[in-house]
Design a protein around this ligand. Structure first.
Ligand SMILES: [Zn+2]
Ligand SMILES: [Zn+2]
Length: 610
């Protein structure tokens, strides 16, 4: 029996799969073949791992006698160019399994042998190869017709990668490349990569005095005063959205005895990610999640059907035992705070509660200009609960999403171990996709904790829980925002919203009055009274990406006016102070995406560049 392309496939078959049949993916995967041929040319005897198309490019893994240098990548790129000029056709051949194994073994391609060995031993199974020039590679295809069809390409980097991602297997060298349909597309992509480096939130966090990381507490940010101002602005917005959604804030302790984690199931399934410590004669864990403790709050009173839905927002500190080796900054931290929400509701309230969650997600993202997309994540391999339970829970979530009219896709196997969920994604200014919010439906924890409420008929029923965080963690969201805006935050988020620059010392007193007028309506303003020249002060403010600079001189002082200039370049003179303060207050309180420079390159966010 032949293997259906879309039937359930083994890992080995996944490795053979050249990827989707998207034309760009086909070209990217074909470029991986061309790169492998070039590497074999330069390093005869190199062993090949796998070479798939990935988002924006491709890679191939090689077992090589020495580490690659940038000069090697240039040489490989040149060899690839020769193949493109030669316009060599890709030709498919098929071999029986044994013949394929014999051929690969004779070529010394041990990793390819391993891949074929893992395919089902099946008489009808033919193994396909694709040849171009003298290079022949185990592959399912498809490919472009010939090497001349590759668009403009560039090799980007090389990095170590364990075979099969397994640290007990050999370390191979992975070469990343990118290929596009046009030179414009390639240039734009390379520019985006360059821009991403410039926007690195760890660098901007330090340069803009927002936050830093220190080896004394690995993988946990130290928030500076300006970072805290940003944090609090986001927190206030998130709490406002919760409050309007009918949530009440709760907070439960960080250090929690083992018995609670045993009852919740975390002790069995999540213990590797928990900090466990001895609390005198008890074992305890630092909480990685708020759910079990919020359940204890639910259980402190008898609840009736009239009390539901009950909505708790818990913004407690969470501790997760992440590896500290990875230099991911805010993207992988060990101490974090989520805008965590727990809803306890009746079954007949699920649709309305999911609907509420989806609308809160959309509202909370709106000021940033993000258009969220939704994925329904279904049962993973490692899970609690019966198949009947998962059928029912997944069905309810799907019904609710469909009733809400939000477009969504499926993420099979992507759910948490105790419940299906809806994952929410946004795309940033550089076109990178980030998963932020998660909305989880949960029948498991209410059962494990024997939650109940008194129903209208006087009997007891079990509530359902819905868990969600919308920003996800504040840490990660701030990392993403910092890169999205390149540190040039809109007015409502900017740590310093206005800097007041006196032209001469005799204007310092008036500058202070301007600052006080702004502060009186809750705006964050500073006076720059250093003995620097005015132009130097404005340059510094521009570098710090402060949205509004206000210059005050004799004429402003006499008229009770200001001369504001924006980070984006616009300037005005002699604006009455009252009108100026009212205008900024309105923009800040309505969380306007302002000041905003349309840079005309589709990036949207104001980079704050001079
Ligand atoms: Zn291929
Ligand atoms: Zn939860």
């Amino acid at each position: 029996m032949a293997v259906e392309p879309d039937a359930e496939r083994s890992a080995a078959q996944e490795l053979l799969d050249a990827g989707a049949h998207d034309p760009l993916d086909t070209m990217r995967h074909s470029a991986a073949h061309v790169m492998a041929a070039a590497v074999l040319d330069l390093f005869p005897g190199a062993k090949l791992g796998i070479g798939p198309a990935i988002r924006d490019g491709f890679y191939y893994d090689f077992d090589l006698p020495r580490a690659l240098t940038p000069a090697d990548l240039e040489a490989i790129e040149a060899k690839m160019g020769e193949q493109v000029s030669a316009d060599l056709p890709f030709e498919r051949t098929e071999l029986e399994r044994d013949a394929a194994l014999a051929q690969l073994a004779a070529e010394g391609q041990d990793y390819k042998v391993e891949i074929v060995r893992e395919l089902p031993d099946d008489d009808a199974q033919v193994i396909s190869f694709y040849r171009h020039g003298t290079f022949n590679d185990l592959c399912r295809g498809p490919h472009v017709p010939s090497t001349g069809r590759l668009g403009p390409f560039k090799l980007l980097s090389s990095a170590g990668a364990y075979w099969r991602g397994d640290e007990h297997r050999p370390m191979l060298q992975r070469i990343y490349g990118t290929v596009w349909e046009s030179a414009d597309d390639l240039d734009r992509y390379l520019w985006r990569m360059e821009e991403a480096k410039k926007r690195d939130h760890r660098r901007l966090g330090r340069d803009l005095d927002l936050f830093t990381f220190h080896p004394e507490s690995p993988a946990a940010p130290f928030w500076h005063p300006k970072g805290m101002a940003l944090y609090r602005a986001l927190e206030a917005w998130s709490l406002e959205v919760r409050r309007d959604g009918g949530f009440a804030e709760v907070r439960a302790p960080t250090l929690v005895r083992k018995e609670l984690w045993e009852q919740s199931g975390h002790w069995d399934l999540y213990q590797d990610n928990m900090f466990v410590l001895d609390d005198y004669d008890h074992q305890s864990g630092m909480k990685p999640m708020n759910c079990p403790e919020d359940i204890l709050i639910y259980k402190t009173r008898s609840r009736s059907y009239r009390d539901l839905p009950l909505r708790f927002a818990d913004y407690s500190v969470l501790m997760r035992k992440e590896l500290t080796g990875a230099l991911s900054g805010m993207f992988r931290v060990r101490q974090l705070v989520q805008d965590d929400s727990h809803v306890f509701c009746r079954e007949d309230q699920i649709a309305a509660e999911i609907d509420l969650a989806l609308s809160l997600v959309q509202r909370q993202y709106a000021p940033f200009g993000f258009q969220p997309t939704f994925k329904l994540a279904t049962r993973p391999e490692k899970r609690l609960g019966s198949d009947e339970f998962w059928d029912m829970a997944e069905g309810r979530l799907r019904d609710a999403v469909e009733a809400n009219g939000v477009p969504y896709t499926l993420d099979p196997g992507g759910a948490a171990f105790y419940a299906p969920k809806i994952d929410v994604f946004i795309e940033d200014a550089l076109g990178r996709e980030w998963q932020l919010a998660t909305i989880q439906l949960d029948y498991q924890l209410p059962q494990r904790f024997d939650l109940e409420y008194r129903a209208a008929d006087g009997g007891f029923e079990r509530p359902v829980m819905i868990h969600y965080a919308i920003f996800g963690s504040f840490e990660r969201f701030i990392g993403i925002l910092t890169e999205h805006y390149a540190g040039a935050f809109p007015l409502w988020l900017a740590p310093v919203q206005v800097v007041v620059v006196p032209i001469a010392d005799r204007h310092i007193e008036y500058a202070g009055r301007v600052r006080d007028a702004l502060a009186a309506v809750g705006l964050r303003a500073e006076v720059d009274d250093r003995s620097e020249r005015m132009q130097a002060k404005l340059r510094d403010a521009q570098e710090q990406k402060i949205p509004v600079m206000v210059v005050v001189g004799d004429r402003d002082q006499e008229a009770g006016a200001v001369s504001p200039r924006l980070r984006t370049g616009e300037a005005a003179q002699g604006v009455p102070l009252d009108a100026f303060v009212a205008d900024l207050r309105g923009r800040s309180e309505s969380r306007e995406l302002w000041p905003y420079a349309d840079t005309g390159d589709g990036l949207g966010a104001d980079t704050g560049a001079a």
